[in-house]
Design a protein around this ligand. Structure first.
Ligand code: NAD
Ligand code: UDP
Length: 346
């Protein structure tokens, strides 16, 4: 099968592309590099041992989309391309809706024209808002707290309307929890621009000495140690979830919705400890001494919730998929990527 991957050079897209090639799918890549770097392409070709079909451009560019669908025989689309900074989305709502919602509509419209009706969408646990209880199941009510999250929710609703009108589509909504970690080769990982917004890239920046201390946003949540709890999932487990979804769902018409998480939550302090251990383990041969990653407690971050973790049972049952890698592996792989690439892909 030929799979068009939008946002293919981004964090999750690049890891999924590697897993897709390993599983024997043929990828066609599209990205405008607004949040990724061109230099990843030769690395991807070396890793996948193939020459990759790559289109540089924007999902807002309808002419380009027409060209891709005319030039290539596409069997299914995995749609990663989006802007993803929650805080920035509150400052630039129009840009976010334009890029994420209008971009997705362009893609769906061109797919319909070319009778390509298999679609996998990168959704997010953010569509559950502040859940009444955890673990979160797929039928829980949805809510949004930012233009970014509202965009995901709007697209989910658009896709629900589409499947009601045209039941021959196969649409899969994958709701990611907190993807972290890196490819075990140390060649691919998360490469945020500027100061990271997310916890684990911030931690590795502190550990490598680029930032002074981790800022822990709140220790007065109703959780065992007072810090926020999330369901961190290794990015390669997430990537493999897409392969399972492609294999199982793409042949079944209808709307399929899955949580992709581990089913286990960790607090901010537990994550900092896991990363300290990973750093010490990697350094032990060099120095023999151990050190903890420094942090300080700060006020809560606006919009954050106390805890969020998945019930992944549905994906286990239907897709025969479950996350295999634990928090220590996530930390070790993230640290390997950080140390081998102190400036990211530059
Ligand atoms: P990323 O920013 O690393 O990757 C997105 C890629 O899309 C980038 O390479 C960017 O250049 C590209 N892109 C953005 N807008 C584009 C456009 N208009 N045209 C063409 N290319 C465009 O982000 P990621 O972490 O890999 O996230 C992938 C998807 O998963 C996104 O839809 C994101 O909302 C979703 N998601 C991510 C997380 C997370 O924590 N990383 C969690 C839940 C959902
Ligand atoms: N967090 C933190 N310091 C940071 C970034 C995040 O304490 O510099 C906390 C945040 O409050 C949340 C968890 O870490 O409890 C995960 O945050 P992240 O931004 O990585 O993902 P989110 O769950 O918000 O999408």
């Amino acid at each position: 099968m030929n799979i068009l991957i939008t946002g293919a050079t981004g964090y999750i897209g690049s890891h999924t592309l590697i897993a897709l090639c390993e599983a024997g799918f043929t990828p066609i890549l599209l990205d405008n590099f607004c949040n990724s770097k061109r230099v990843i392409l030769p690395r991807l070709e070396a890793q996948t041992k193939q020459s990759l079909k790559f289109y540089e451009g924007d999902i807002l560019d309808v002419q380009l989309l027409k060209r891709i669908f005319t030039e290539q025989k596409i069997d299914a689309v995995i749609h990663f391309a989006a802007l993803k900074a929650v805080g920035e989305s509150t400052q630039k709502p129009l840009e976010y809706y334009q890029n994420n919602v209008a971009g997705c509509l362009n893609l769906l419209t061109i797919m319909k024209t070319h009778h390509v009706k298999r679609f996998i969408f990168s959704s997010s646990a953010t569509v559950y808002g502040d859940p009444a209880s955890v673990p979160i199941q797929e039928h829980f009510p949805r809510a949004s707290t930012s233009p970014y999250g509202r965009g995901k929710l709007i697209i989910e609703e658009i896709l629900e309307d589409l499947i009601k009108a045209e039941s021959d589509w196969s649409i899969t909504l994958l709701r990611y929890f907190n993807p972290i970690g890196a490819h075990e080769s140390g060649q691919f990982g998360e490469d945020p621009q500027g100061i990271p917004n997310n916890l684990t890239p911030y931690i590795t920046q502190v550990a490598i000495g680029n930032l002074e201390k981790v800022q822990v946003f709140g220790n007065d949540y109703p959780t065992p140690d007072g810090t926020g709890i999330r369901d961190y999932i290794h990015v390669m487990d997430l990537a493999e979830g897409h392969i399972a979804a492609l294999k199982i769902c793409a042949s079944k018409a209808g709307l399929h919705i899955y949580n992709l998480g581990t089913g286990r939550g960790y607090s901010v302090l537990e994550v900092i400890t896991a990363f300290s251990n990973a750093v010490n383990q990697a350094d032990s041969t060099k120095s023999g001494s151990t050190k903890a990653i420094p942090y300080e407690i700060k006020p809560r971050r606006a919009g954050d919730i106390a805890e969020c973790w998945a019930d992944p049972t549905r994906a286990q049952k239907d897709l025969n998929w479950s996350a295999q890698r634990n928090l220590n592996q996530m930390a070790q792989d993230a640290w390997r990527w950080q140390t081998q690439n102190p400036k990211g892909y530059e």
